[in-house]
Design a protein around this ligand. Structure first.
Ligand SMILES: [Mg+2]
Length: 334
């Protein structure tokens, strides 16, 4: 197995809970499985996965990539496991002569998957303008960052958005920034404004409080809480109507496909989102979404956040949909 470091500049600095990032560093993973080459990507993100150093050590210690996926050696390094898993699945689907999404279980041809736009914090006018651009670009749904301002200001932003854009699906992501009291005050107003999803309103540790917020007209989604507690615990706590599944943070597209199918069996829906990954991992996430029937719009339109990419023109987003690569494997070889 070969491990090749890369470092991609972001188009502009990006604020996260663990600080501002200006580059995405990670590793291309190259494997050979029964004589067929496969390519994967491991791009750790501070606060969500192992560190870049732990990711590299784990990747460089892999002797047999196929057995490393099942013997547990990568269970604490989700980005490393993602890279190895994607490389192995790429090789296997290439050998089978099928696009990755069909190889992992997609039963029907799928040309594209719907994606949501993402809108950061801003004034009511700035937020409404950004949502207006998303509507004109054809996005079926938009996810708006909340929780940076007071609740009254956030509500003014959503009112401004809704009066300009009566039809678009609105989801809010508080990234754990609200108290339970704030969320309880917000939910009836968000329901009146037709908000469909409130993502991670409370800190990741409070699964029981998320469970208490359900059933008020707005779906409660877990993102950070799913990564922190794992699927079984989150499901056992009845803490979510919707799971936000990041393949890089959850250990690979194979792992997430199993999570989504189990969740749906239990009546919980899911969306797939990337973590500002490079083109190899983004394409893998698009294949994953294409393999699952009737997903809501997913957070896969993050390629524009990068200033340069591992590969150009892969799974491009247009009119609110990401094109699903139709060649053998994940993406065409260089
Ligand atoms: Mg989120």
């Amino acid at each position: 197995m070969e491990v090749e470091p890369f470092s991609l500049p972001l188009a502009r600095p990006f604020e996260t809970a663990s600080g501002t990032i200006e580059r995405r560093r990670g590793f291309l993973v190259r494997v050979g499985v029964d004589g067929t080459a496969g390519l994967g990507e491991a791009t750790p993100l501070s606060g969500w996965t192992e560190s870049i150093g732990d990711c590299e050590s784990a990747l460089r210690s892999v002797e047999d990539p196929v057995s490393a996926l099942v013997d547990g050696t990568l269970s604490d390094v989700p980005a490393a496991r993602h890279g190895v898993s994607l490389a192995v699945l790429d090789a296997q689907s290439r050998a089978a002569g099928r696009p990755l999404y069909r190889f992992i279980g997609g039963s029907d041809p799928v040309e594209s998957v719907p994606v949501n736009a993402t809108v950061g914090d801003g004034s009511p006018a700035e937020t409404a303008a950004a949502v207006g651009r998303a509507v004109r670009a054809g996005f079926p749904a938009v996810k708006i960052k909340v929780g940076v301002r007071d609740l009254s200001e956030d509500l003014a932003r959503i009112e401004a958005v809704r009066s300009d854009a009566p039809a678009i699906e609105l989801r809010l992501d508080a990234n754990g920034g609200w108290s339970e009291t704030t969320a309880e005050r917000a939910l009836p107003k968000l329901d009146d404004l037709g908000v469909s999803v409130l993502e991670q309103p409370l800190s990741a540790d409070s699964l029981d409080a998320h469970a208490r917020l359900r059933g008020r007209g707005v779906d409660i989604a877990l993102d950070e809480g799913l990564v922190e507690h794992g699927f079984g615990t989150a499901l056992g706590a009845d803490a979510a109507d919707l799971l936000v599944c990041k393949p890089m943070a959850l250990g690979g597209i194979d792992t997430v496909r199993n999570v989504v199918r189990s969740a749906r069996t239990a009546g919980i829906d899911a969306v797939i989102t990337t973590t500002i990954d490079g083109a190899v991992a983004r394409a893998g996430a698009v294949h994953l979404a294409a393999s699952l029937p009737k997903l809501r719009p997913c957070g896969l339109g993050t390629g524009g956040l990068l200033g340069s990419d591992l590969r150009a023109g892969v799974a491009p987003v247009a009119k609110g949909s990401a094109a699903v690569p139709q060649g053998k494997g994940n993406i065409p070889p260089e």
